[in-house]
Design a protein around this ligand. Structure first.
Ligand SMILES: [Zn+2]
Length: 297
């Protein structure tokens, strides 16, 4: 196949620049020992280089002659209107425009690579995956729009998975589900869902009665559970996954389940039950180990 004349010309420029660069670096290095006492060798070397440069220059000229002059104007789409711009500060927009096009191309390329990497590893990042869960076909869609029936079946599967927890579902608005989770005889969590995304969590003591099962505004009257509410809010953000919402809910519930030993476990760091009158209210997101908030790693 005939090489493109433009490519040939560009390679000729490259070769010419290389030769000239070589000449200048030799000149700046000066006469060396191997050039002899009078430096005649040096002059011969420079002359040879100049001859090569002349030759390369002729080749370059020849390759430029072969380039066809494009007929008509080049198609630059909307950027060609930049040439009609009369204000001087806008006339220099062409090169930033080209740079931003290149940048967008790169972003696109990297996002494709990142997407394929994330797709390959997303399931491995979850904390509580069991192989059986991976193999089983996931019954729920990853969208936020889940039907009440799908939500109910998801909650009942969670009920089976966590024997210490009991779940009760109520719906104040059609799409929003509020789930009341009672963990042993320890605490109650009111969780507001939008689709399968946890939007809000309030933790209260087991003995605290609330005015309504959908009450998300009243906080616990105990400092301990108010503190755990804060940790639970942080946990929902930590476990949030952009596409696998049911996995993030499962991870969150698994983390919450570790509070069944709130008043009996000792802090993993200081090995004490109480610090500043608080039990170990923090649970590590990865290991679910108990820590005082002040002792957490
Ligand atoms: Zn501690």
């Amino acid at each position: 196949m005939e090489p493109n004349p433009m490519c040939t010309a560009l390679s000729a420029v490259k070769v010419l620049r290389l030769e000239v660069g070589h000449l200048f670096s030799t000149l700046s290095a000066g006469v060396r020992e191997e050039h002899g006492e009078e430096g005649r060798e040096f002059i011969t070397e420079i002359q040879n280089m100049l001859t090569t440069i002349n030759q390369r220059y002729r080749e370059f000229e020849q390759s430029v002659m072969n380039i066809n002059i494009p007929s008509g104007s080049l198609m630059l789409a909307n950027s060609s209107y930049l040439g009609q711009e009369s204000s001087t500060d806008k006339q220099n927009l062409y090169s930033p425009l080209v740079r931003s096009h290149k940048w967008t191309d790169k972003v696109h390329k990297y996002s494709i690579i990142a997407h394929s990497i994330l797709n390959a590893n997303s399931l491995k990042k979850s904390l509580i995956f069991t192989s059986s869960f991976n193999k089983r076909k996931r019954p729920l869609s990853t969208s936020q729009n889940v039907t009440p029936q799908q939500m109910d079946s998801f909650i009942s599967s969670m009920d089976r998975l966590f024997p210490d927890m009991s779940f009760s579902v109520s719906r104040s608005l059609a799409a929003n589900t509020i789930v009341q989770v009672t963990l042993s005889r320890m605490l109650q969590a009111t969780i507001a869902f939008r689709g399968l995304i946890i939007e809000w969590v309030v933790i209260k003591g087991y003995t605290e009665s609330s005015n309504s099962p959908t009450d998300l505004m009243t906080e616990s009257r105990y400092h301990v559970f108010r503190r755990i509410t804060d940790h639970a809010q942080a946990a929902t953000l930590h476990f949030a996954m952009p596409t696998f919402h049911e996995i993030s809910v499962k991870s969150f519930l698994s983390w919450l389940n570790s509070y069944s030993t709130l008043f009996t476990s000792v802090c993993k760091h200081c090995s004490k039950h109480s610090y500043d009158c608080y039990p170990p209210t923090w649970r590590d997101f990865k290991t679910c180990d108990p820590y005082h908030f002040e002792c957490k790693p």
